[in-house]
Design a protein around this ligand. Sequence first.
Ligand code: HEC
Length: 105
Amino acid sequence: MKQAMKLITTFILLCVASAASANPFPDGNAKAGQKLFEKYDCNRCHNSIMGGDGNKIFTRFDRKRNSPDGLIEQIGMCSGNVNAHFTPQETQNLAAYLNIFYKFK
Ligand code: HEC
């Protein structure tokens, strides 16, 4: 019985640990990222590409970016579209915000 409790406790701890590491952008602040996204009107082009709701570009079935690294890379590319030079922190913030759509773990 004691052994079983130990196993269960270990299992629960493991679950908690993996949930804690599930965020690929732990240093990003999603709220700050959203502010940047709105300030730079990031969906300006995405809106017309997607025919209305630009956010759909992040969840479309054939979306281009399917990894946290890819998302970071795309933010770098699209920053040129808005003439911005995001700091690593700002990039993390944007990624944390966009991960609301991408849901990378
Ligand atoms: C001048 C137009 C333009 C602006 C402004 C723009 N983007 Fe983009 N964005 C694009 C285009 C074009 C694509 C690629 C669409 C494709 O290949 O189908 C894209 C794709 C993306 C994707 C990848 C979507 C996928 O398929 O996974 C992300 C993420 C992204 N943009 C983020 C941003 C962010 C963040 C900003 C603001 C800093 C921004 N974009 C501003 C044109 C723009």
